[in-house]
Design a protein around this ligand. Structure first.
Ligand code: AKG
Ligand code: FE2
Length: 351
């Protein structure tokens, strides 16, 4: 993780896109060299696999068994591979292809999507908040998906032409899945199924972060995304269908997460760790890069509406396990402040 930052500086647009640095095949500039060198081939692990269609089969044996598996996954790894989610494989393939086509365009053609100086949405590299910050070897396109009427469509790619339709279709599917998962997460620890969703106040937000990791001649000294936990309630990640790179930290060791075709990687975020009084873990994870093949991923964090207050739900604290967090007001800018410095908003919320 990077060192704590000093007072934040305004983002600057003068740093080149990683894609452009990568085109020349030069070694990464010093700003990208991490202090803690990544292990490029850690043990691969089968993180738990959860079947959503079984989870939704109610009180039948399969449903109950799957709820037990879900609880085990959330309390141990804080993440799992989701299968049986009902999203057609062709749609997932189209999302991958559309993202790859967009990233492949030369910088001039992505101009209309460039992140404005005063915004977090749009296309750009790791936002720079401090001179000391070590930069991620990735470019990203950040777009709000939900609420639909707050989408900044002027930053959404028009090339490739199918991008908007495909991503909107995927967003509708994600909304359905996230709602079903939030309810199942409550049920698996014996709570009212709406208890987590209620804290979203009916005004949830879902972002999309398209990550592009260009090839790097020195993957051993950079990170695509530095070690972090997500600031979300839950995040649904569509991994590249061919190139691995996601790693998860468990009990002090990094594990590589293998690709399961058309499965989605779901992880608990800090908000859910707070709401569940730390029953569920928000895992530390990172992405490594590759000297031969570029990689993409699409993370969709689902978060309470800016300004919503969240706290551990009633029924999870006990004498042995007192309430661990105070009530906190969530704001997207809190997470953005913490991410570059490698610190966690969740630690500020601890009692
Ligand atoms: O690319 C990946 O596999 C991980 C991306 C990620 O963790 C994120 O965007 O929050
Ligand atoms: Fe993440």
């Amino acid at each position: 993780m990077v060192e704590a930052i000093d007072a934040p500086l305004p983002p600057t647009s003068t740093t080149p896109q990683v894609q452009d640095i990568s085109l020349h095949g030069d070694d990464p500039p010093p700003r990208y060299i991490v202090r803690e060198l990544p292990d490029l081939s850690p043990p691969s692990t089968t993180i738990p696999i959860i079947d959503l269609s079984r989870l939704l089969s109610g009180d039948e044996d399969g449903g109950r068994e799957e709820l037990g598996e879900l609880k085990a996954a959330l309390t141990s790894w804080g993440c799992f591979q989701l299968i049986g989610h009902g999203i057609p494989g062709e749609l997932l393939d189209e999302v991958q292809v559309s993202a790859k086509q967009f990233f492949r365009l030369p910088s001039e053609e992505k101009q209309m999507c460039f992140r404005p100086e005063d915004d977090v949405e749009g296309y750009g590299n790791d936002p720079i908040l401090s001179d000391k910050q070590i930069l991620d070897w990735s470019d990203r396109l950040l777009l709000k998906l939900v609420p639909e009427d707050t989408r900044k469509l002027h930053l959404w790619p028009t090339n490739p032409t199918q991008f908007r339709e495909v991503v909107s279709g995927y967003s509708d599917e994600l909304k359905r899945i996230v709602e079903a998962l939030m309810k199942a997460m409550a049920r698996c620890v014996g709570l009212e199924e709406d208890c987590f969703l209620k804290q979203y106040g009916g005004k949830e937000m879902m972002m999309s972060r398209f990550n592009h990791y260009p090839v790097c001649p020195r993957p051993d000294v950079v990170l695509g995304v530095k070690a972090h936990s997500d600031g979300s309630g839950v995040t649904v990640l569509l991994q590249d269908d061919k190139v691995e790179g996601l790693q998860i930290l468990k009990e002090g060791r990094w594990y590589g997460v293998p690709i399961i075709p058309h499965a989605l990687v779901v992880n608990v975020g800090d908000q859910m760790q707070i709401m569940s009084n730390e029953e569920f873990k928000s895992p530390i994870h990172r992405a490594v890069v590759n000297s031969e093949r570029k990689r993409i991923s699409l993370a969709a964090p689902s978060i309470p509406h800016d300004g919503n207050e969240i706290e551990p739900v009633e029924g999870l604290g006990s004498e042995e396990r007192p309430r661990l967090f105070r009530k906190v007001k969530y704001s997207g800018s809190i997470h953005l402040h913490h991410y570059p410095s490698g610190t966690r908003m969740i630690d500020d919320a601890r009692i």
